[in-house]
Design a protein around this ligand. Sequence first.
Ligand SMILES: [Ca+2]
Length: 399
Amino acid sequence: MSHSDPATQSPVLATNHAGLIAPAVFIAPAVSIAPAVLSAPAVLTTPAGWADLARCGAAGPTNAARRPGAGAFFCCLAAIGLLIVCRPAWLGAQDATAPPTAATPRLGAGADVDGQRNVAAEARLPSGLGLAAKYPGDRGLAEDSAVILFEDFSAEDYQSRWGEVRDPEGAVLRRVDLPLEGLGGDNAALQVTATLSQNTGGGLTQWFQPTDAVYIRFYVRFDKNCDYVHHFCTLRANKALRGRDAWSGFGGAGIRPQGDERFSTAIEPFGDWGRLRPPGKWNFYSYWYQMEPSPDGKFWGNAFRPADQPLIETDRWICVEMMLKHNTPGQADGEQAFWIDGQLVGHWIEIPWRTSGDLWANAFTLESYVTDRWTQHEQNIVWFDQVVIAKQYIGPIGQ
Ligand SMILES: [Ca+2]
């Protein structure tokens, strides 16, 4: 569920603090390559880090006064520390949490919690059947030149096709026999079981060769007893496909991104802080360099929610598709959209995702991350299937 509770942060951030594991290779779809990994240092420049530095600087003179002969040295050190902490404009430093100034004019707008800027009704994008309609049961879809990644969980070693697997104690992810009920395809699906007393759920992440407009389609089925879900399926922009920079888009919960560092958007169930029947209604939860601050002054994901949406149904397969179009650096011409069962439900334009043409959405995480304080059920099960990343609108499975 999307919200601004500092007590419940992204699992990825926790992973970062514990020590990053980054993929050393880009793994092409449908090609199994053992994921060689390397450790990357967890060096994060965050406002919290700056605050720590400020506290150290303030302590300097006090300590110096207790050490004859060292006073001048520590005074100089404190002065340098204060300059770094204050970061005056002539140093050229940027404050990651400061709102845009006259020097960095705001492009576009922030959150859209009541769907005022949703242009889905204008039907600027396709809907209904799409690329997948040419491949009944998704058979052969993986070979289409527009497809970047295809995963139907038909292979027992499906995890080898993903760059990162989060499966605590091996108790979360399970390949199960659960047909798509008349939609065709194979019978295998991915079950994600989050157990409150044991884990926060889990999922899969894959890095992929980026494209200007990226479409991601998956089928999801919420168990009838599935409670609120905190975070769901996220598309992230990282500075690179491999090594340490492949993780620049992860973590950073509550922090406004730099425009050349990361942006992200997640399609998630929104439970309205326990007010909607679980799992809630669909919304986007997005981070970008000109996002709006939350009432607590931090930068939690900005929500994009269509008005008048029905509650998400449980106990049936739902076709979810999301699209992100990159902006031209310096212009607010980026977009995002999502479809439910082939119907365009949310579409937002004029989003300035990035400042750099080198930054691309290049990692997708398929997961069910459960931590919300409103979540009461001990076991929360979600199934996923028929995951496709493509350069064009994919649409539901064709018959
Ligand atoms: Ca399948």
